[in-house]
Design a protein around this ligand. Structure first.
Ligand code: GLY
Length: 382
């Protein structure tokens, strides 16, 4: 692999071996790959997609009809609004009324919320039918669509209902990133940077080299396709390794939650008006500061965390007057075991570890370091 800008490269393929084996194909204009992922046994396909992707859904539909499939469309709301049991029930109704059998297939076309809910519909229909994901955002490509987590939200919290259900295949068609709003692209980079810090330092080198172009996405998209492809491929490769070893998050998979305990708390306090990636970005700085204060991590890695995130336009601070609410939200996070707060931290780049039940004084000191209104901070000097 190279990270110097060139012409569009060939698609890359990453194989995941969890409770089933499947490929994640990464490249541009990949529709020709879809029939082999759907398979010859299927006669019907339900494309689950948000209304905003009508044109893409019709293009996929026409392609599949030409291949002899009977294709139905389920138009669902955008973003988190899609992740409700009512949306799932609506899809079950379509499946029931069209006699969808065990060999028929669902295609989830959209961002992470769409692939989460499409996966859950597939997991629950007839106790589980095949689903192929076509993620259209950076976040969905490098995280949500790969690894088999599916689910919906309830009034009490996000992702409280769900199932592990691996897809039959994932098509990361980078062409869909060209129309992705800049801020959505940049927010997705937070998960890419997370992956770099926990497992693949080359990702961090690539981002440092191309930060300006990535930050201004999609102005330099034509030159950056090979770079973006390599970033997605490397991120997916890490996720594939992790979920192949620990699909159900007994232990190793927890490392994918680096930056997420504090990040989820920000999302909760902000009533989900912050993008996930922005919250995870601040969460990574918090986790890095926590590890530094606990004597586990060098200043240089903490400084690199801040400068990398800042270089692509991600936030590294949060308001300083919300500590009680944030702690309460962290305690309710489903990753907490018993009463103990648990954090994924780093001992170095590529060396994740766990910190259980840290001293409250360390936690509030780490919060001080990410507070936008802290009086004196190491970050000011950056
Ligand atoms: N998003 C974290 C995971 O898939 O485990």
């Amino acid at each position: 692999m190279t990270h110097s800008p060139q012409h569009t490269p060939e698609p890359s393929r990453v194989t995941v071996t969890a409770e089933r084996t499947y490929d994640v194909v990464i490249g541009r204009h990949l529709l020709a790959e879809l029939p082999s992922m759907i398979g010859a046994a299927a006669r019907k396909v339900l494309i689950v997609h948000p209304g905003s992707l009508e044109t893409s859904a019709q293009a996929v539909r026409e392609d599949l009809v030409a291949q002899g499939y009977e294709v139905l469309l389920a138009v669902i709301p955008d973003a988190e609004e899609a992740k409700t049991i009512q949306v799932v029930a609506f899809a079950w109704q379509i499946l029931g009324q069209s006699d969808f059998t065990r060999s028929d297939v669902i295609v989830g076309l959209g961002g992470g919320a769409t692939t989460d809910v499409a996966g859950f519909i597939a997991a629950t229909w007839l106790r589980g039918i095949n689903v192929v994901h076509i993620p259209t955002t950076m976040l969905a490509m490098v995280d949500a669509a790969v690894g088999g987590k599916t689910g919906v939200n309830t009034a009490e919290g996000k992702n409280l209902v769900g199932a592990f259900h691996s897809p039959a295949g994932v098509l990361c068609d980078l062409a869909s990133l060209e129309t992705l709003p800049r801020w959505d692209f940049v927010a997705g980079l937070a998960e890419v940077i997370k992956t770099g810090f926990i497992a693949d330092p080359v990702i961090l080198d690539i981002i440092e080299e191309h930060a300006e172009g990535l930050k201004n996405w999609p102005e330099q998209a034509q030159e950056l396709w090979p770079v973006v492809q390599e970033l997605v491929e490397r991120s997916v490769a890490v996720k594939a390794r992790v979920v192949s070893e620990d699909l159900k998050e007994a232990s190793l998979r927890e490392i994918l939650n680096y930056g997420h305990t504090f990040g989820h708390a920000i999302e909760h306090v902000e009533r989900y008006q912050w993008r996930h990636g922005a919250a995870v970005s601040v969460g990574m700085v918090f986790a890095a500061e926590l590890a530094r204060l606990a004597g586990k991590l060098d200043d240089s890695v903490v400084d690199r965390t801040r400068s990398l995130l800042t270089s692509v336009g991600l936030p590294t601070t949060y308001r300083g007057d919300q500590w009680e609410k944030l702690v309460t939200a962290m305690r309710r996070d489903k990753k907490t075991r018993g009463d103990l707060l648990r954090f994924v931290v780093l001992e170095d780049v590529g060396r994740p570890a766990r910190l259980e039940g840290p001293d409250p004084a360390l936690l509030s000191a780490a919060y001080g370091e990410v507070s936008a209104d802290r009086p004196l901070s190491r970050a000011v000097a950056l």
